[in-house]
Design a binder for this molecule. Sequence first.
Ligand code: 5GP
Length: 120
Amino acid sequence: VNADTGAPTIFDKIIAKEIPSAIVYEDDKVLAFKDINPQAPVHVLVIPKFRDGLTELGKAEPRHEEILGQLLYAARIVAEKEGIVDGFRVVINSGASACQSVYHFHLHVIGGRQMKWPPG
Ligand code: 5GP
């Protein structure tokens, strides 16, 4: 495993279950839990349990390809579990200008209401 030189984030404590979260899906590599500040009736975050340097999509490297695919497929499992598989949005904020606030890679799975396009 490569060293992860990034600072710890709140998601480390959520993964360690040191702070509680409403878990929707979990396997050995992926954790999905409800966003504390939901932007829609369904708003779930999907994260890798091992960050391995993947702080933001813009810093992804070839070794992250497999986990990126697993996270995207987990988003589909979350959508099914949450009853929104017929219509949902997956969002990745990468970097400050995209409003990323937690530097541990995550997908937002959002649904349960009519979405607008383009996003703000
Ligand atoms: P970003 O802005 O980085 O794309 O998204 C980070 C998300 O993490 C935000 O939607 C924010 O509400 C959520 N978040 C931050 N801290 C916590 C927390 O302690 N628990 C949960 N469940 N979500 C959090």
